[in-house]
Design a protein. Structure first.
Length: 511
């Protein structure tokens, strides 16, 4: 065999290897991804938007009117009373009882009474609020989304209107309680709770997060209302039913499944477009278009080799091989998060803390010098979302229990010895504390009051210790345990107000 022929054969083998090795890696990555997808489908998982998207309610004819009316409300958020406002650990001020509510701050920083401004806003917006209440009662309001568009979300107007309306109804309920108009307060309290249900079953994460925010507003309003007393069992049962309507963890699992299905479309779009990949990485990819590369050639020539390497070979490597590995890693991660929500539903311990982070993938992490950090970008916030869902499910259980306790007190002129005494007449079952998988904690105090709490983020029962964690504000979800607060006495409120009214220089000097 001639030397020339040997060289030709050697070169051919090298070229073949250069071509075949990447093709083999691509085939292996696609095979592994498809095998894992088939495994998920065989276990009953739904992986497409078409399977997960909710059916449209063709009778939802009030959405347009809702979106037109809600933005016309005065900005109640500027002077809405701070409900269930903690003044010391485990103790909250009953806002509607305050003769003067010095929660407003002028341009000069001076505090002022918000009741007059709230009264003025209520009169100005009364007709609009009544119309919106009627729409909520009638139903037929829904967020219309095209779930098949991976990078688009059209519901910001809708969810912004929800937040505005929840604050407005909450503020009106507090004003009505302040004015001893219990029937009016009850109607606005129900409307506040109804707002959070508008997206309670929508399978998008952002919709769920807005629903949680509205629930937090309604929770504060509910605590305030329970301090008023005088409610009938039927009224309390209606409030309790509102908090019974949604299974937050089930919807969270559905939201995660929808996020997983839409992510597959995002990755497919990123394989077809460098810009789409850059969108996923929020502009932190180093990818540049040809115009930017030419601009660097003239102005920053030393950046050009890196630009070319990232924009072409590196992107092509991701597009043809690594993207399929990333998609499998993402699917594995999302399945772990979905399983976490399902475990919490089954009263199993799911503790997503920085100390006990779950291993989410069996694949090796890609080399940072070669691959893009796509999975980290796509899973950003998912663990926090799951933890938030568990928190909100726990708070929902606390509120349902607190209402049930008031119904029991109304019937028996005292609180029960144990939460089991509420079943089955006032609760179907004792609500779960999702932070450790056990029942919510409850203790009847010697003076006839009670202590109701969750063990909180750390999953450790501290005996109902409401002390805030170091560096956190005095809010009941910041406590070592999440204690349903008791109402502050007049003396405690006066001491709190005196402290708030101290000159800032004096307060700093004491510290």
């Amino acid at each position: 065999m001639s030397r020339k022929r040997k060289i030709w054969i050697a070169v051919s083998v090298v070229v073949a290897l250069i071509l075949l090795i990447p093709l083999g890696q691509r085939w292996q990555a696609q095979w592994d991804l498809n095998t894992y997808r088939k495994k998920l489908i065989a276990s009953g998982e739904k992986l497409t938007v078409e399977e997960l998207a909710p059916k449209r309610n063709w009778q939802a004819t009030n959405t347009a009117l809702f979106l037109r009316l809600a933005p016309t409300l005065a900005p109640f958020g500027n002077f809405a009373p701070a409900a269930m406002h903690s003044i010391k650990p485990g103790v909250a001020r009953v806002v509607w009882r305050q003769t003067r509510l010095m929660d407003g701050f002028g341009p000069d920083g001076a505090r002022f009474d918000v009741w007059p401004l709230l009264t003025e806003a209520a009169l100005k917006n009364e007709q609009t609020l009544v119309e919106l209440q009627s729409l909520l009662d009638a139903g037929g309001i829904e967020s219309v989304e095209d779930y098949s568009r991976p990078f688009a979300y059209n519901g910001f107007t809708y969810i912004s209107a929800m937040k505005v309306l929840a604050i407005a109804f909450h503020a009106r309920a507090m004003l009505a309680l302040h004015q001893s108009r219990s029937r009016e307060a009850f109607a606005y309290l129900k409307s506040c709770g109804a707002v959070s249900q508008l997206t309670a079953k929508d399978p998008l994460r952002i919709d769920q997060l807005v629903s949680y925010s509205c629930m937090a507003i309604a929770a504060g309003a509910c605590w305030e209302a329970l301090q008023a007393g005088g409610w009938t069992d039927d009224q309390l049962a209606q409030l309790q039913q509102q908090w019974d309507q949604s299974d937050l963890l089930a919807t969270a699992a559905l939201s995660l499944a929808m996020e997983r299905a839409r992510a597959a479309m995002e990755l497919q779009a990123a394989r077809a477009s460098r810009q789409r990949l850059s969108d996923i990485l929020e502009g932190d990819s180093g990818l540049k278009d040809n115009g930017e590369i030419w601009n660097d050639f003239f102005l920053h020539a030393r950046n050009v080799p890196s630009d070319l390497l990232t924009t072409y070979p590196r992107y092509w490597g991701w597009k043809w091989i690594w993207s399929y590995q990333d998609e499998q890693r993402y699917l594995e991660f999302m399945q772990t998060m979905i399983d976490a929500t399902r475990s919490a539903q089954k009263r199993q311990v799911v503790w997503l803390s920085p100390v006990t982070r779950t291993t989410v993938s069996t694949l090796e992490e890609p080399e940072a010098s070669l691959n893009f950090d796509v999975v980290e970008s796509m899973k950003d916030g998912i663990e926090r979302f799951v933890l938030r869902a568990m928190r909100e499910q726990t708070v929902q259980g606390i509120i349902r229990t607190a209402i049930a306790l008031e119904r029991y007190h109304l019937a028996h002129h005292g609180y029960p010895r144990a939460l089991e005494d509420l079943v089955p007449h006032f609760l179907h079952e004792v609500p779960v504390d999702c932070m450790d998988g056990h029942d919510l904690r409850y203790r009847l105090n010697p003076d006839g009051t009670y202590l109701l709490y969750s063990v909180g983020d750390d999953g450790v029962d501290n005996g109902g210790d409401p002390t805030p964690e170091k560096g956190k504000g005095m809010y009941f979800l910041n406590g070592r345990d999440w204690v349903w607060p008791r109402p502050a006495t007049d003396e405690e409120v006066q001491a709190y107000e005196a402290e708030q009214n101290k000159p800032k220089t004096e307060s700093k000097g004491q510290h």
